[in-house]
Design a protein around this ligand. Sequence first.
Ligand code: TYM
Length: 332
Amino acid sequence: TQRILSGIQASGSLHLGNYLGALKKFADMQALDAERYYMIADLHAITVWQDPAQLLSQTREIAACYLAAGVDPDRSVIFPQSAVPGHVELGWLFNCVARLGWLDRMTQFKDKAGKDKERASIGLYTYPVLQAADILLYKATHVPVGEDQRQHLELTRDVAKKFNHDYKVDYFPLPETLYQGPGARIMSLRDGTAKMSKSDPSDNSRINLTDDTDTIASKIKKAKSDAEVLPSEEAGLEGRAEAKNLVGIYAALASVSVADVLSDFGGKGFGAFKPALAEVVVDKMSPISERLRALLNDPAEIDRVLRAGADKAIEVSAPVVAETKKIMGLWN
Ligand code: TYM
């Protein structure tokens, strides 16, 4: 059977990029005959400083985002990473499999550590190894993520390959990354060459899952575009980063192809396209933000979901840790 695993960091509120790159796919994948594990990556979040009370509320908030986006706890296992001891255990074992040279090539560490890398946590450096553990702990075969996770998924495959090779086993699968479609890389609304991100200082650069209808409409209206009409063929979007991004957002949200959007809007300018886009965004996002607001008022229900998910994840992962230790010759 297919096993799907993915996760979202428990650091700050989510935006349209997280929704299209990850959450929407998590929900859509419930149509498949597969096992699904969706975690809240709180152990990844603490690789940079997190206020304890805030971390706890962010963990519940991400869980609420999962539920609001349509991830159903009866069909998907939703759990906090830190509640399942196997992540840390396998993470250590994989620290002894992964090579320093592999981690030295990770661009995310360079971006996040900034100039003064002497002061970055060791956890931030070895972050991708923990991510490999997250995935292989469930022997996942498929990982839905946005494009920015490509390098981490390659490292995961390298860890699985090296483990299987060194111990002469065929134990860990080489997981496939799922980042097809226009939703895999959503760009800032202010700059079509920068990723939509929670760390962008301009709130107008992103649409948050918690934005209300008026805010969404005004952000789309202010979104950077250009003075030309939309092309009728996809190739005509090359070199027009903002136009390409807005058309991509429309396509991903409406679950149609970019070609479909252009066959409707080719030859029209942004004066016509932006209101239509705002309508689609509001249409798809406002039911989610409404559900989110309701869920955030019921932390006990969220905790029930997380407890049940953690119990299930522990049950599935404990034998994998035991088997890995056995393969490595560790007494247990
Ligand atoms: P995180 O929390 O930064 O992002 C969560 C998911 O959202 C996607 N994403 C985007 N997709 C499209 N356009 C964007 N602008 C955009 N911004 C973010 C990300 O690609 C991701 O899928 N390391 C991971 C969390 C993680 C994980 C895992 C993922 C930990 N363990 C195991 C998969 C499997 C991260 O920091 O994602």
